[in-house]
Design a protein around this ligand. Sequence first.
Ligand SMILES: [Zn+2]
Length: 116
Amino acid sequence: MSAELTPHQLRVLRMVSQGLTHAQIAAELYVTPKGLTAAVNRIHAKLGAINAPHAVLLACQAGILDGRPRRHGDHAGYEAHRRRGEDPSKCEPCRLGERAHRQAMRNRNDPNQEAA
Ligand SMILES: [Zn+2]
């Protein structure tokens, strides 16, 4: 691999691995079909892949994708995004879960505040 995938490229690759079409991915990520094709080509170049199945296989072998279900919606899920090099604030369930976690921590540290 010549360089690490960006969070955007990781997201695209994960969606490709889940069987979404380029049209579905482009719509989901608010990018143009042309922009998505460019992102896919950069992913393939970085992984040394000749096509999408090859890219998914190489990413699995490299540990970039593992096919396991992801935990979302709480502090653990939020931290897992960071460990994967993703921006956790872009995941709505994890963003809200982390906010609730931080609020709970603040309440615990403040004896004047009722725990929620
Ligand atoms: Zn998440």
